[in-house]
Design a protein around this ligand. Structure first.
Ligand SMILES: [Fe+2]
Ligand SMILES: [Fe+2]
Length: 204
């Protein structure tokens, strides 16, 4: 993606190169490089699945904007915005998406709900997701730097059927959480029920 790209002002009030500067300030290099790969993967999926490429670029770049913020920032934002108090029982893994979207709105001036929802739902999924949300959810999971058992299969499934990719990731993430005795955010279970049984035949 061209560094000098001027985004649609309704999406974000800055150019891509200005956004890159903000991301470099907010993230350590390893995380910043991941974000670039998510953007690249999201753009390819957007081209394939007929989604706005600029939105895919912005959402891909911004999805982990808040990942390295201290817990106090998220707790303050949950209270300031009157978000679900249940969130306080969870941690960064959930907050950086759900609460991170609010920080992006406040600090980067992104008001486009489609982009914000893509950031919001990249950690938990949601029962109903737009194609952009599905793309960011999957791009984060399959970007070329990812290396885990099943990632190749996730890439193949996502290339053939985006929605089946969402089901595959959701099933495997929930399985991982349960096998490791980790807490499950209720929305993740809603995501599972909405996606996995429906696409089970395509992800085995
Ligand atoms: Fe993330
Ligand atoms: Fe990520």
């Amino acid at each position: 993606m061209n560094e000098e790209l001027v985004y649609n002002k309704n999406y974000i009030p800055m150019t891509r190169s200005e956004l890159i500067i903000r991301l470099k300030e907010a993230l350590k290099d390893k995380r910043f490089q991941h974000v670039l790969r998510v953007e690249e993967t999201a753009i390819k999926l957007a081209e394939q699945y007929g989604v706005d490429v600029e939105k895919a670029s912005i959402a891909g770049l911004c999805h982990d904007y808040a990942k390295q913020r201290p817990a106090e920032d998220f707790i303050a934002e949950i209270k300031k915005k009157g978000l679900n108090p249940l969130l306080l029982d969870y941690g960064n893994a959930i907050w950086h998406g759900v609460v991170g979207a609010e920080l992006i709105k406040d600090e980067l001036g992104i008001w486009d709900e489609d982009i914000l929802n893509a950031v919001r739902h990249h950690t938990t999924g949601a029962p109903i997701m737009t194609k952009l949300e599905q793309i960011i959810y999957m791009a984060d999971y399959i970007e070329p730097g990812r290396d885990f058992a099943g990632v190749k299969k996730a890439r193949v499934i996502t290339a053939a059927n985006l929605q089946a990719g969402v089901a595959y990731q959701t099933k495997h993430t929930l399985t991982y959480l349960i096998e490791n005795g980790k807490p499950v955010y209720p929305k993740t279970i809603d995501t599972y029920n909405a996606w996995v049984p429906q696409y089970e035949g395509e992800i085995d």
